[in-house]
Write a protein that binds this ligand. Sequence first.
Ligand code: NAP
Length: 321
Amino acid sequence: MKEHRTKLLIIGSGPAGYTAAIYAARANLNPIQVLGIQPGGQLMITTDVENYPGFADAIQGPWLMEQMLAQAQHVGVKTVEDMIVRADFSRRPFVCEGESGELYIADAVIVCTGAQAKWLGLESEEKYRGYGVSGCAVCDGFFFKDKEVAITGGGNTAVEEALYLANHASKVTLIHRRDQLRAEKVLQDRLFENPKVQIIWNSVIEEILGDEEPFKTVTGVRLRDTQTGERKVLAASGVFVAIGHKPMTELFKGQIDLDEHGYILCKPGTTLTNVPGVFAAGDVQDSVYRQAVTAAGQGCMAALDAQRYFAENPPSYSRIA
Ligand code: NAP
């Protein structure tokens, strides 16, 4: 069985993973980065990106991630197309196993496996994703200036995003499957007071409606009342799905501390997990900010935290190419 030995293993390839890898390579930590099942992460399913600093014109999410990959490789990161399926942080050096069956043996690990937005699971949602259906109001709200939009969900994310959308859209309709929100009271109060927001209770989106010509665009949603079964159509140019995120931490259960939603717990203000030598950065440990730029910042922090760790715990392995 092939073994990769490294001082530092980076798991994941969103903005957090690439930034950690770039900083670590430039600090001579010779990192190996295992890219995962969807190299590039959530930005690979995003179209226009207008809020990543440094680009005056909109860029495409997949292009940005290609650039990050190329930058990592230019500075000497060894990138591997594999998916870590098992991790053992109970012994040192740490041992992780790839789907390929190959082993990754590392003195330190930075976990950047990200999170996935939960989707409703409708065929029409898939069809119009990126064409009016979005999982991120901060990313895409701007495109709906003075238009009517709908958002579904009842947690903090949905309410915060509805309030954010109200800054751009002419009208925001929040659709929730029950008759009360689970968001914090203070957010609920702000939502109820906002004149641009209307709420449709006890309803679910059954279908996203749209046009194909002259270009693919969303025109509304078909709703079903969960109490009466009654159906109605709501006009909307944009539909935001904010029903939660799932951090990709299944394989770390029992290895490092996670919160009740599965996010990795880090020492506040750092990327340190409860296991010395294991760090976490990006959406896998951040349920609040969840932006490409904040993930990149945390990736940088993780590489710096790893350097500090090695200053006190000299590495036992160096990479065998
Ligand atoms: P969440 O709290 O899990 O809420 C998900 C919402 O989506 C719930 O209201 C749920 O309805 C609804 N939902 C789930 N599946 C659905 C489906 N298939 N169809 C329709 N509705 C569905 O998720 P979140 O709002 O993303 O928050 C996740 C975590 O991050 C929470 O701990 C939250 O407090 C935290 N967060 C904090 C902040 C902040 O502190 N500023 C901001 C954002 C998020 P039900 O209510 O009926 O279950």
